[in-house]
Design a protein around this ligand. Structure first.
Ligand SMILES: NC(=O)c1ccc[n+]([C@@H]2O[C@H](COP(=O)([O-])OP(=O)(O)OC[C@H]3O[C@@H](n4cnc5c(N)ncnc54)[C@H](O)[C@@H]3O)[C@@H](O)[C@H]2O)c1
Length: 371
């Protein structure tokens, strides 16, 4: 793996490095960790990367690595920079024959993600998107229970991702993660909906195995911020289910409270990422069942991605590591791995963002997703 972004004090880069290492299949061999050449190099050396492979720019890394013998060069790049760089780096890496593991959103516009999808069609390369929540075993179990018709025909989905860290009253304005997220040039059309709303819609689509067809949104821009920091979205899924998605970064006191509830005509399921090792399942008139991570009654896919026995907590880093494992499997075996979020999910994320923005801007009306 060669990493782009994720330097000193970055948030998600170190999670990716730990996750890749935890897969026991992937080694970080090269990187460019900052726009500043010297900082990047020092940081790469501190991670134990050999000096000749701590690069000054992503172009230098990709071009030079492509010239190394196949056995020695990196197989893929992991893109963990702010949003505005995802598309250009991914496009460049693919054009040099490298697989790509990309943070979300995959680009600033739907058109760019569609271009990546076109580019990928001309190659045998793999492209993963870091929608980590669908790699939790109990989320995979939820998808399996729905596919087995255990809660019947789906009538309603309620998905909420609440955080409080961008509340203007409490925010340190110098905070690096906040400053680019509120910049339209670096974050794109949206802050909250792009940052966490895309995770919420992705987990709903993953569990239901249904795409969202249209949305009606109302967004909040606290203190006249240039981008949204909160929003509520009504959802209509392609096969008839209805839902509501709320995402907020100004819910004071909330940490990473992602919760999904799905109601069918026979029962319901509920999953919360802050208690990610359990899935609640209730059938009409039956008792609440608490299903737990690592238990032998789980489906094969959920069991295969459970890292610890029941009762021993596993979480965010292991879920990220599961994504890396699925990506590795796809690269090595060549067949599309169904559970891995790929460019289709990247495109879906951008289609969602653009539809939500349009709905909010045009008087909160229903907007059909483009892709
Ligand atoms: N999947 C998830 O759960 C999740 C969680 C957090 C963030 N993210 C995504 O990860 C990305 C990074 O977010 P973050 O919070 O870690 O940001 P961050 O600001 O903490 O880190 C970004 C890093 O990129 C580096 N960088 C910037 N320009 C660069 C360049 N030209 N070359 C090399 N490095 C460069 C910066 O120096 C910094 O180290 C965003 O796209 C965000 O949406 C995803």
């Amino acid at each position: 793996m060669g990493m782009i972004g994720g330097g000193d004090n970055a948030f998600i880069g170190s999670i990716h490095r730990m996750a890749a290492a935890l897969s026991e299949k992937i080694e970080l061999c090269a990187g460019v960790f900052s726009q500043d050449d010297e900082k990047s190099s020092n940081f790469g050396l501190s991670l134990g990367i050999e000096s000749g492979r701590c690069y000054g720019s992503y172009k230098e890394m990709i071009v030079k690595e492509s010239k190394l013998p196949k056995k020695r060069r990196i197989d893929f790049v992991s893109i963990v920079t702010p949003n505005h760089l995802h598309f250009e780096i991914a496009e460049f890496a693919l054009s040099y024959g490298f697989h790509v593991f990309c943070e979300k959103p995959t680009s600033l516009s739907l058109n760019e993600s569609l271009k990546l999808q076109q580019q990928l069609k001309q190659t045998e390369l793999s492209f993963a998107v870091a929608h980590v929540y669908t790699a939790y075993p109990m989320v995979i179990e939820a998808r399996n229970r729905l596919a087995n018709n255990e809660i019947g025909k789906i009538n309603k989905v309620v998905v909420d991702y609440s955080q409080g860290w961008l509340s203007p009253e409490y925010l340190d304005t110098e905070q690096k993660q906040a400053s680019w997220r509120m910049s339209p040039e670096r974050a794109g059309l949206s802050c909250c909906m792009a940052d966490i709303g895309t995770h919420a819609v992705n987990i709903a689509e993953f569990i239901l195995q249904q795409r969202v067809d249209c949305v009606l949104a109302e967004l909040t821009f606290s203190n006249h911020r240039p981008l949204d920091d909160d929003g509520s979205v009504l959802l209509r899924f392609r096969h008839g289910a209805k839902g509501i998605l709320t995402a907020s970064q100004i819910c004071v006191g909330e940490e990473n409270n992602l919760t999904i509830r799905v109601y069918g005509d026979k029962g319901s399921i509920k999953w919360q990422q802050q208690t990610s090792g359990t899935l609640l399942l209730q059938q009409a008139k039956g008792p609440i069942q608490i299903l737990t991570n690592g238990s032998d009654y789980l489906c094969d896919a959920a069991l295969a991605l459970s890292r610890t026995p029941p009762g021993h907590p596993q979480g965010f880093i292991e879920a990220f590591s599961n994504l890396y494992l699925l990506f590795y499997k796809q690269i090595v075996e060549g067949d599309k791995v169904d559970l891995l979020p790929q460019i289709e999910q990247g495109v879906a994320g951008l289609a969602f963002i653009e539809a939500v923005i349009e709905s909010n801007k045009t008087g909160n009306r229903w907007v059909t997703l483009s892709a």
